[in-house]
Design a protein around this ligand. Structure first.
Ligand code: NAP
Length: 313
């Protein structure tokens, strides 16, 4: 099968298309023929030796990627949730070795959900790591309730655009930051109040919020403590809640923590139900072919992607 190997950490020139053996199934795995996959900033971080590179660097060959949508073509004897011919999607083995940049991927069946027939493989591949992060942060970590105010930084990005829709679904009032050029996009997603973070100070524009989702880090994390109600919570997905930030939060009677998304077929089924009814939509702004993987990485590296970048296989 064709796969993109990471020959060593570095630039996009280290991503090499190769012919390798189709993976052999382990217990509880299914073999998925990939139709589309999506790219996340962690792919770029890992390619350059950061991200989860340390966890997977000994497991040759290194194949990046975690987000897939495709069709089940084989099932281990011990697996029972899916059968050949089922269309599935999910985030594979994160934060381990996903090996998703390939024509076939072996996936623990409990990382997958049935792909809703109402959406394309491109949309399904886009709706994996990013909305799973938003779901796990808002539902499990934040336990967001109807009527609460949720503040989403980077609301036009991969995680952000799903977080806005999920927070609205949970009944929250949603404040989102993005540059002015994304103001209409945020409105379409359902944002109640847009803050142009380049020209406005979010601390002056938002007060007394119940929950902050932080995909930015640094000063943004630190200053977000100023807009939270006492007793409420900030979750950073970029490690912004360092010891200093956590201490300041504690002094103010609020909580600040970091979070790393985990593969979960159960959560994927919840997302699938929302995607099937159109309550949740993946916005795919760029589509590339497998042999253009370097270009797909370069798009994410701009830091300005609206929604998601997808690669068709
Ligand atoms: N811990 C975890 O489990 C986890 C999971 C997923 C992602 N992440 C991390 O979260 C970060 C975001 O991921 P992503 O997939 O959403 O990235 P992305 O799609 O590449 O984000 C791009 C968006 O960020 C916006 N942006 C950039 N700087 C901003 C700022 N200072 N304030 C507000 N918006 C800003 C841009 O909007 P404008 O063009 O309008 O500026 C753009 O739309 C990455 O570092 C990623 O690795 C962590």
């Amino acid at each position: 099968m064709k796969a993109i190997l990471l020959t060593e950490s570095g630039g996009t020139d280290k991503l090499a298309i190769s012919d390798i053996d189709t993976p052999v199934l382990q217990d509880n795995e299914v073999l998925v023929k990939v139709k589309a996959l999506s790219i996340n900033p962690v792919d770029i971080k890992t390619r350059t030796g950061k991200g989860v590179y340390g966890r997977i660097k000994e497991q040759m060959p290194i194949i990046l990627g975690w987000d897939i949508s495709g069709e089940v073509v084989d099932v281990a004897d011990s697996a029972s949730r899916f059968k050949a011919g089922d269309e599935v999607f999910g985030m594979v083995n994160f934060p381990g070795h996903g090996r998703a940049y390939a024509e076939y991927v072996a996936v623990p069946e409990h990382h997958l959900a049935h792909k809703p027939k109402e959406i394309t493989h491109e949309e399904a591949a886009a709706a994996t790591l990013a909305p799973l992060t938003a779901w796990q942060v808002l539902v499990h970590q934040g336990q967001v309730q109807p009527g609460q105010t949720v503040f989403v930084h980077a609301a036009a990005g991969g995680v952000g655009h799903f977080a806005v829709q999920i927070a609205k679904h949970l009944g929250a009032y949603v404040i989102g930051t993005a540059s002015e050029r994304n103001a209409d996009f945020l409105k379409e997603l359902g944002v109640d109040k847009h803050i142009d973070y380049r020209n406005q100070d979010f601390v002056q524009e938002a007060r007394e919020v119940d929950f902050v989702l932080d995909p930015v880090g640094g000063d943004t994390t630190r200053r977000s403590l100023e807009i939270l109600k006492p007793g409420r919570k900030l979750i950073s997905i970029v490690g912004g809640a360092n010891e200093k930030v956590q201490n300041v939060a504690q002094e103010r009677g609020i909580s600040a923590a970091n979070y790393l998304v985990q593969s979960s077929g159960e959560d994927m089924e919840q997302l699938a139900a929302l995607l099937a009814t159109g309550k949740l939509k993946a916005h795919v702004s760029h589509v590339f072919n497998l042999d253009e993987i370097g270009k797909a990485h370069e798009q994410i590296e701009t830091g300005r992607t609206v929604g998601k970048v997808v690669v068709v296989v």
